[in-house]
Design a protein around this ligand. Structure first.
Ligand SMILES: [Fe+2]
Length: 180
């Protein structure tokens, strides 16, 4: 049985990473739905959600999502997962506020299987999951169950130009037709 919490290196291939970065830099960042959350010290965007609501940035490369979903099914040992949401967050002090992420469990009634992927950072900022701390490098992903495992980030002072940017994929178990 695999450990729930693991760090996976080289998560995407070079080609996939290139596709991802084109998507983020040329599309997502210019979206009206990529927002500044001043007091939280971060930029925030919902790339996709299960309802396809109007707040979504949209257009996430399908092949990358499919690969990430297959990966999550394999890692968590759950046969049919579907994406609940994909969120992009860049932590930095651009707005004069210090990024902060106190330990919490994610909300909602459905169990969320989380892939926390570090897209780009120029500093190390550990992720706490229960009693462990995981430090990711770029293109590495950490697995946890966001609704059941308390997770957060230790307090850290950010200097100008320091940043950490992650993409969160939250999967849920696929609902049967008659439950929808
Ligand atoms: Fe969370």
């Amino acid at each position: 049985m695999k450990k729930i919490n693991q760090v996976y290196k080289n998560f995407y291939t070079d080609t996939e990473y290139h596709t991802l970065s084109e998507y983020i830099e040329k599309f997502a960042r210019h979206s009206f739905n990529y927002t500044k959350e001043y007091e939280l010290g971060r930029y925030y965007g919902v790339i996709k959600d299960v309802w396809n609501t109007a707040v979504c940035i949209g257009n996430f490369p399908e092949d990358l999502l499919l690969k990430t979903q297959k990966f999550a099914e394999e890692h968590f040992g759950v046969k049919d997962l579907e994406i609940f949401d994909i969120i992009i967050i860049k932590y930095c002090n651009d707005f004069g506020f210090i990024p902060k992420l106190d330990p919490h469990k994610d909300g909602g009634t459905l169990k969320k299987y989380t892939i926390d992927y570090q897209y780009k950072a120029n500093v190390d900022w550990g992720i706490s999951v229960e009693n462990d701390i995981f430090v990711l490098s770029n293109n590495e992903a950490l697995t946890f169950i966001g609704t059941e495992q308390k997770h957060g980030r230790p307090d850290r002072i950010f200097s100008d130009n320091e940043y950490v940017e992650n993409i969160f994929f939250q999967f849920i178990e696929k609902r049967k037709q008659n439950e929808q």
